[in-house]
Write a protein that binds this ligand. Sequence first.
Ligand code: HEM
Length: 132
Amino acid sequence: MTVTEETAPVSHYERIGGASSVKAAVELFYDKVLADPDLAGYFADVDMVGQRRHLALMLTVVLGGPNEYTGRGLAEAHQPLNIPVAHYAKVGEHLTVTLTELGVPADILADVQTVLGQVQDQVVASGTRPGV
Ligand code: HEM
């Protein structure tokens, strides 16, 4: 029997395999972000557990998984970090490459881009924007 998307709406998070797949993605994503000289500095004072937790939360949010996060809002957590749009875009690229390497289907990747666009204004610094 075929279970169609109409009868059983399944989140992208579940479609890619849930928590265990997200854990695998975090490992790959983590290596890319921490190896990027433009990005590593943001996480220099955050312990490894916190860094992995951050990436797992990011992935869960963009994949529409269960949001068990009850901490600070995205703007509250990121505005003090003064993240320029270029660095936000780099994190998004590392994320897209990671998911592509893991064989995540194109329709999910497209939706991830949409979510990245939706939360950008909360994460990227809203103060002075050089060049804008
Ligand atoms: C889709 C985009 C993103 C999402 C959904 C996201 C999610 C989160 C969440 C939920 C927190 C709060 C963690 C906590 O307070 O426990 C957080 C904190 C943080 N985020 Fe993000 N983030 C995103 C993008 C970014 C980017 C682009 C950067 C850096 C270039 C970044 C760097 C950080 C740092 C350094 C913290 C503070 C970690 C700490 O102090 O423990 N985030 N993020």
